[in-house]
Design a protein around this ligand. Structure first.
Ligand SMILES: Nc1ncnc2c1ncn2[C@@H]1O[C@H](COP(=O)(O)OP(=O)(O)OP(=O)(O)O)[C@@H](O)[C@H]1O
Length: 452
């Protein structure tokens, strides 16, 4: 046998890969020995047969029909999921057949092959979790992705304001990354080895907010825990208290917070003693606080107290240069997490993402990429992998005001459906929609949805 043929045979007849070749009618023209052994079939019995009659759940015929490759696709075979690549073979542009490789004969083999990477990822996750459990911090400055001037400027601002104890008010629409910036400020501050405590002022019922913030003494009310309970101010002592959605804070609680900030001490509900606390405040809102002040819904004195430094996070639609990098960043992060090899985003998909309005900002972009990674059969995200509202029929690429209306309508319908499915349980509905609880509350308010 000539050297080249011997070489080719050694490559395809290796004991690690199972290889199948089909012609344009999806009839098997070649099946490697390893594959024959794996399927427990004689090669001469397989040749010339339709691939679907030889290999369980094969999709080789689909690849011949569509001419589209399928990379790292899961295939259930002989009681196991194996991982396969299927690639169409073309001559002068015409599909004349396809070749399929089984990369791993079962997911266990794949797991073993990936064990060293998985081990590192697990270790990383473990240390992050430890850090989070200790100080409540999950994001650092280098986790803030973006190459727009706006993001560069904000990162510089974080570096400048972080070291002092000055209060920061972060403003921006839902999902723009306010919490992520707050974490980064804490991490770069002198308080970074002290706790970072978050209070979502919109999601805590008004009657519980004060005990959440200031704690309560033993016997303060019926049902109070033995020994009392520390409030978020005490828990954040020495560190940072992040007051998210501060615009939703009831006016009574605002008065009390202001007092704590001015006097540096809290009095737990039902308690007689006051406790010294030293906290740095970072607050966030997407509400027009100035208007709330006019309407007497927000205290002017508290506004001045928290608004020493203001950071405005622009909406994603106002910094389109970030869309590409963020999309690719999420693609990598999500495909590693779900164990699917999706490495690229088609040009028309990127253009479509650029045209879109992103009412849910970066959180929505992350969800869209997650959806697409799960939907795709190949190693590149294509238009058909995007959620339905991105397809051209709904006019995603013409930037008209009707697009906004359409998105809002779809969003409202999705929320109504989720609330119906969860019998009005907002927490469960937020999970179902992969939305932050506070964003769901906001949208319920925005669309005036009556929760069933
Ligand atoms: N610049 C960024 N780079 C990478 N990920 C980002 C960035 N900005 C936001 N994210 C991600 O987007 C999601 C939403 O961010 P975050 O919760 O900080 O937004 P938010 O403005 O606080 O939202 P909300 O007002 O609804 O609470 C998070 O998963 C966060 O990790």
């Amino acid at each position: 046998m000539p050297y080249r043929d011997e070489m080719l045979e050694a490559i395809v007849e290796n004991p690690y890969y199972c290889i199948v070749v089909v012609d344009k009618d999806a009839k098997v023209t070649y099946l490697s020995k390893t594959y024959c052994d794996f399927l427990n079939i004689k090669r001469e019995d397989a040749l010339g047969k339709h691939v679907a009659d030889v290999i369980e759940n094969s999709r080789m015929h689909t690849v011949v029909e569509t001419g589209k490759e399928e990379i790292a696709s899961l295939q259930y075979i002989r009681g196991n999921y194996m991982i396969a690549n299927r690639i169409p073979v073309r001559i002068e542009g015409e599909v004349i057949g396809a070749v399929g490789f089984v990369l791993y004969r079962d997911t266990k083999e794949w797991m073993e092959m990936n064990a060293h990477i998985k081990e590192l990822l697990l270790q990383l996750e473990h240390y992050r979790e430890q850090l989070k459990a200790k100080h409540g911090v999950t994001y650092f400055l280098h986790d803030i992705i973006g190459r727009s001037q706006e993001v560069e400027y904000l990162k510089e601002q974080v570096k400048k304001v972080a070291p002092g104890d000055v209060s920061v008010l972060i403003r921006g629409e839902s999902g723009t990354g306010k919490e992520q910036f707050a974490h980064s400020i804490h991490h770069l501050s002198n308080r970074s080895n002290q706790p970072f405590i978050t209070v979502n002022c919109a999601s805590i019922p008004e009657h519980l907010l004060e005990s959440e913030l200031f704690g309560y003494a033993e016997g303060a009310f019926t049902g109070a825990k033995k020994g009392g309970k520390p409030g978020k101010f005490q828990l954040a002592n020495g560190g940072t208290l992040f007051l998210d959605e501060i615009g939703d804070m009831p006016i009574n609680a605002q008065v009390k917070i202001l007092r704590v900030l001015q006097e540096g001490e809290v009095q737990p509900i039902g308690g007689v003693e006051t406790l010294k606390v030293d906290v740095r405040i970072i607050a966030a809102t997407n509400q027009p606080l100035e208007e709330l002040i006019e309407e007497n819904k927000f205290r002017k004195d508290l506004f001045y107290r928290i608004n020493v430094i203001q950071m405005d996070i622009p909406a994603l639609r106002e910094r389109q240069e970030d869309i590409h990098v963020l999309a690719k960043y999420f693609l990598h992060k999500i495909s590693v997490r779900v164990g699917k090899r999706v490495i690229d985003i088609a040009e028309d998909v990127l253009n479509c993402l650029m045209e879109y309005d992103w009412p849910g900002n970066i959180r929505e972009l992350e969800n869209v990429i997650e959806f697409a990674v799960h939907m795709t059969n190949g190693n590149c995200i294509e238009m058909e992998d995007l959620p339905a509202h991105f397809h051209n029929e709904v006019g995603v690429s013409d930037k008209t005001s009707s697009l906004k209306e359409l998105v809002e309508k779809t969003e409202k319908e999705a929320i109504l459906k989720a609330l119906k499915r969860t019998n009005g349980d907002k927490k469960e509905a937020a999970k179902l929609l992969e939305l932050g609880k506070s964003s769901l509350y906001e949208k319920i308010k925005k669309y005036r949805i009556i929760v069933p």
